[in-house]
Design a protein. Structure first.
Ligand code: ATR
Length: 277
């Protein structure tokens, strides 16, 4: 007789107490009547490998990975998806029945799905995109934009060499613009994305001049605390279509939940409410 086991998942980070993922996945577990749980797991760098090897032996079917472990887990995983390889980081691990750890990155998927849900006819193909920031989040956004057929991505970062390094890595569809000149490329943009932490509660404001923004441009902010950032407010006042960043967090959780618990969860108003509660 096979023993009845309750599947567990969680999020590994340091710090991790602030993570909204437990609310998200517990909401879905309740919604679909799945017996299981999802826990915040505080793990330091020096114990990461040990913890990941042990978790499958205590009922864990996989975990999400957050700061500061997203890059380090690639060294520990046995299989890495193409998109995680391209992005150079993983946010979702699947503990397979054969004992192997599969690493994936669903951040870009979450980014694209969020835009598609809120702007059904959105496409990055018809006009240039403008990306602010060149850190880990920007990598996921850029990989997914290129994958979705973006012909041209203007990339602006405070530290210009980091943007140039991304252009060298991802190719000629990326055009680096100076941070202080970035306002000039907004006029022709179809999509504008802030991937920096500017505008987040406790951080500096996002202060790029936005008067170049045109009605109809899709503007999204990966910052979701607050939900309505100055960038989104100003973009809305300029007639742009704005999409807040909470949806990216919700959508990036979908592939992991499906692989771990066998149900593809829906992202809807109830999901948002559960995470905001
Ligand atoms: P994440 O994984 O969230 O992308 P990250 O890799 O630390 O985090 O990247 C943070 C991004 O926010 C970077 O693009 C950073 O710019 P620098 O490369 O110049 O550091 C950007 N950022 C953070 N604080 C900023 C500020 N005060 N002004 C402009 N950009 C800022």
């Amino acid at each position: 007789m096979t023993e009845h086991r309750i599947p567990l998942a969680g999020v590994i980070g340091n710090p991790v107490a602030h993570s909204r993922s437990p609310r998200l996945h517990r909401h879905w577990l309740r919604t679909y009547g799945i017996e299981g749980d999802y826990l915040p797991l505080h793990v330091t760098e020096d114990h990461l490998a040990q913890v990941l090897r042990a978790l499958p032996h205590m009922g864990f079917v996989g975990v999400n990975v957050t700061i500061p472990h997203k890059v380090a887990v690639l060294q520990i995983a046995d299989h890495i998806s193409d998109r995680a390889t391209l992005i150079g980081a993983a946010n979702t691990l699947i503990f397979r029945k054969d004992g192997k750890i599969h690493a994936d990155n669903t951040d870009g998927y979450g980014f694209i799905s969020n835009l598609r849900q809120h702007v059904p006819d959105w496409s990055p193909q018809s006009a240039p995109s403008v990306v602010f920031g060149a850190g880990g989040a920007a990598r996921a956004v850029i990989v997914s934009l290129i994958d979705a057929g973006a012909p041209l991505i203007h990339l602006a970062n405070r530290t210009r060499p980091k943007a140039e390094a991304l252009r060298d890595e991802f190719g000629a569809r990326i055009q680096v613009v100076d941070w202080v000149q970035a306002g000039n490329v907004l006029e022709a943009a179809g999509t504008v994305i802030n991937t920096t932490s500017l505008g987040m509660v406790g951080q500096s404001e996002f202060r790029v001049p936005l008067d170049g923004l045109r009605p109809g441009t899709v503007v999204t902010d990966l910052v979701y605390t607050p939900l309505r950032t100055r960038l989104l407010d100003e973009a809305e006042a300029a007639g742009c279509i704005t999409v807040d960043g909470l949806g990216m967090l919700l959508h990036q959780g979908v592939p992991g939940f499906e692989r771990w618990f066998g149900v593809r969860p829906e992202v809807n108003d109830a999901t948002r409410a559960a995470v905001l509660a």
